[in-house]
Design a protein around this ligand. Sequence first.
Ligand SMILES: *Cc1c(COP(=O)(O)O)cnc(C)c1O
Length: 354
Amino acid sequence: MSRFLSEKLSALEAYVPGEQPKIKRYIKLNTNESPYPPPKCVADAVGRQEIEDLRLYSDPECTALKAKLADLYGVKEKNVFLSNGSDEILNFAFMAYGENGAVFPDITYGFYSVFADLYGVNAEIVPLNDDFTVDINAFCGKNRLVVLANPNAPTGIALGLSEIEKIVSSNPDGVVIIDEAYVDFGAQSAYKLTEKYDNLLVVETYSKSRSMAGARLGFAFADEGIISDLERIKYSTNPYNINRITQIAGTAALVNQEYFNENCRKIAETREYVKEELRKMGFKVTDSVANFLFAKSDKISGSKLYTSLKERGILIRHFEAERIKDYNRITVGSREEMEIFLDAVREIIIGGIV
Ligand SMILES: *Cc1c(COP(=O)(O)O)cnc(C)c1O
């Protein structure tokens, strides 16, 4: 830290992303990326001309991409916002709507508390129930910024649409963000409710189900009012927030919905298989409907399993927070990767190397 940093920021604890190893080749089950590449039409869309065009700024209105997304989801373009990763939308929303405080669960996406700190937003942290489900009533009638990941991370447990609607309708004077980073793997999206409620912001991303984490592309659905707020912040910070290549890749990716649906289906199928196998080994596994599992064993600590797997070339995610330190979050990779993972876990646990 330099002596020039504003005092407001000197105590800020930044978000710590999962490891992106550069030397050793790991089986990477630690950051919820897709094991499958983007559809071939994406590679076909980015050619020499698009590279030469990089001398020009990107389209700040993302015209083609926005039109395609709106069409696919059956909404109006004025109800769509696009961003440089969905973290940017969360960032803007905390900046815009946090004045009266924010409410989110104790166990959830780690970035919410970082954004709250960054903007001096007073955060009310609501503990999840003992079984890691969301205490719905605790999020009703708050009338300030409410933030929920659905499915939640790192538990993978999802709320139903009627529960989401209950929370949204009971907070008419506060914005409710539903972060749907993992919705495509088996939960219900709330985006259609944005036609009925002007306080709902539904956030999605290309990073997980659409196999494009590296492209940095997020999108959101909301009433025109909220979208115009987000646009105001975008045009006050970085009008060209989505680069040319990402706009082209993101538009092309939407052409092949069958490939996308098939990948989501395969991942959900593999998730259920691995869940069962882990349970057979005595693991306690939450009922995740995301592209990851959240599991703990009585036979080995969360951190020991993490390090033992790392020694075997497999990366999973371990969190230090007291309430979940016995657990690990395991991204669902390809079936082949997960067989290697399961064999390694069997060896570590049953082999008594513990
Ligand atoms: C991965 C993730 C995001 C961020 O996604 P990007 O679009 O890559 O910025 C947001 N919310 C949750 C809950 C996530 O897990």
